[in-house]
Ligand binder design. Structure first.
Ligand code: BES
Ligand code: MN
Ligand code: ZN
Length: 496
């Protein structure tokens, strides 16, 4: 998709469709004034008649009957202003672009909504790019038309750089979604390593991929234990971007973004039910966000070191699979009783974090489709988080707000630590049965060695499978990608 700012009045644009945002209960966007005039007051009339009320995802196509060059003017709803945050705005534009597929339009103009928000431009562009992502990549029939050109009306001038950056971020989110959606017979751990290699080559990053032998040598037994039931060899992947001064000044940040990359989670011996098990192809969404974000971050060259670490393996119930009751020694020496082989994410992340710390990470943010409990706790509309450091958390929270990639921190009460205690080993990997999202995160916390750390449980936010939750697009969402890019932008700007 190409995108550009235009200073021309909407009525003069050579496009297939002009999209006009409608905020519930508010007057028509000022940038639509000339358009309405050219159409003889048709837009205002439709609004006055209550044909469009500005509800989220409400779409009303109007025929322009040759009065302007665009075939259609499309009113689309943003919902009430009070509900309009960065995520809403992005998802509303996402759904606008999806709705347009039915008409086969290729050139689209989108108007600014009225009250200027400086971050609207990125939200609009990213939303439109995200809306053009196609989930049906493996269908053999004809492809629906895609928007090729996006004109931005009423967003001011001289903001080309913002537009270009938003296109890049939108593409990265779509790349993460593409990986999430890939069939698990294609996106194996080794295939993930190949994807990392492409990113490394593109930006000249250091790449390290540990296979079985190296993992054994490094004592990464938690990762190996999860991989033991699969015929696919595991991969521990690190992409390192060097932006900090060398030698590193004391107090310099070296950020590690660590992603859960379970390319298929059957549950292992504690096997999942058949219903919906296919969805566990998306259990590598944390890895997807991490790699997709790294691709953007490396291109922007922030002034500090950033590494992306991905723990990639299947969780399968093969003959060599680990058993409930097994005790495994982690890379940092803690013993873990495997009580439930389906609580595998925390195991691979524990070793991946130890690996990141061995590579001198000072701050750790992990992203994982860790617990079904995230869906119970806060559902698909945001990411559940845990943190051990208020300063680092406030940066992550701010990045979430700015990027429209919501995060909400849950409490890490000390009480829950007893739920991680094993009768046999230092820790157990599963718990008594309450607060599973929190205890899952707190298990991981045991491996960060008191470094500032944030855990993002994207189990629900990365994939919306609730047809009733219509304000969030259905299917894979690439959540965490935008937040990671914004986090590094924020840290960069705080240093300037
Ligand atoms: N990958 C799952 C979590 C998940 C569930 C992600 C639904 C996306 C949608 C994870 O490995 C898992 O199985 N978690 C268990 C942990 C439990 C056994 C402690 C869960 O949450 O049920
Ligand atoms: Mn599992
Ligand atoms: Zn899992």
């Amino acid at each position: 998709m190409r995108a550009s700012l235009t200073q021309l009045p909407a009525a003069q644009l050579e496009v297939d469709a002009v999209a006009v945002p409608v905020v519930a209960g508010e007057a028509l966007a000022p940038s639509a004034g000339d358009l309405d005039q050219a159409l003889g007051g048709l837009i205002r009339e439709s609004l006055d008649a209550g044909e469009h009320r500005g509800r989220v995802n409400e779409v009303l196509p109007l025929n322009t009957a040759g009065r302007i060059s665009a075939r259609r003017v499309i009113l689309f709803g943003l919902g009430p202003r009070a509900d309009l945050d960065g995520q809403r705005l992005r998802f509303a534009h996402h759904e606008l672009v999806r709705a347009l597929r039915a008409y086969g339009h290729r050139r689209l103009a989108v108007l600014q909504r009225g009250a200027p928000g400086e971050r609207d431009l990125a939200a609009v562009v990213e939303g439109c790019v995200m809306g053009s992502w196609e989930r049906r990549s493996r269908q053999t029939g004809a492809r629906p038309a895609r928007i090729e050109e996006l004109l931005l009306v009423g967003f001011g001038a001289g903001r080309e750089r913002e537009v270009a950056q938003a296109l890049e971020v939108g593409d990265a989110v779509n790349q993460a979604r593409e990986w999430q959606n890939m069939p698990p017979n294609e996106l194996t751990p080794e295939a993930m390593a190949q994807e990392a290699r492409r990113i490394a080559d593109r930006h000249g990053l250091e790449l390290e991929v540990l296979g079985q032998a190296e993992l054994r040598a490094g004592g990464y037994n938690l990762l190996l234990g999860v991989a033991a039931g699969s015929n696919q060899p595991p991969r521990l992947i690190r992409l390192s971007y060097k932006g900090g001064a060398s030698p590193a000044p004391t107090g310099d940040m070296r950020l590690a973004m660590v992603g859960k990359g379970i390319t298929f989670d059957s549950g292992g011996i504690s096997i999942k039910g058949a219903e919906g098990m296919y969805k566990m192809k998306g259990d590598m969404a944390g890895a997807a966000a991490t790699l997709a974000a790294m691709d953007v971050i490396a291109g922007r060259r922030p002034p500090f070191d950033v590494m992306a670490v991905v723990a990639a393996t299947e969780n399968m119930p093969g003959g060599n699979a680990q058993r409930p009751g097994d005790v495994v020694t982690s890379a940092n020496g803690k013993t873990v009783e495997i009580v439930n082989t389906d609580a595998e994410g925390r195991l691979v992340l524990a070793d991946a974090i130890t690996y990141a710390l061995r590579h001198a990470a000072t701050h750790v943010i992990d992203l994982a489709t860790l617990t079904g409990g995230a869906k119970i706790a806060i559902g698909h509309a945001g990411t559940a988080a845990l943190a051990n450091d208020d300063t680092f958390w406030s940066q992550v929270e701010k990045a979430g707000e700015r990027s429209g990639d919501r995060v909400w921190r849950l409490p890490a009460y000390a009480d829950y630590r007893v739920l991680l205690a094993s009768r046999t080993a230092d820790l157990k990997n599963s718990e008594y049965g309450e607060a599973s999202t929190i205890t899952g995160g707190m298990f991981i916390q045991q491996f960060v060695e008191d470094r500032p750390w944030v855990h993002l449980d994207i189990a629900a936010s990365s994939w919306n499978d609730n047809d009733d939750l219509t304000t969030v697009p259905r299917g894979p969402l690439g959540s965490g990608t935008r937040l990671l890019v914004e986090l590094t932008e924020l840290i960069s700007s705080e240093r300037r």
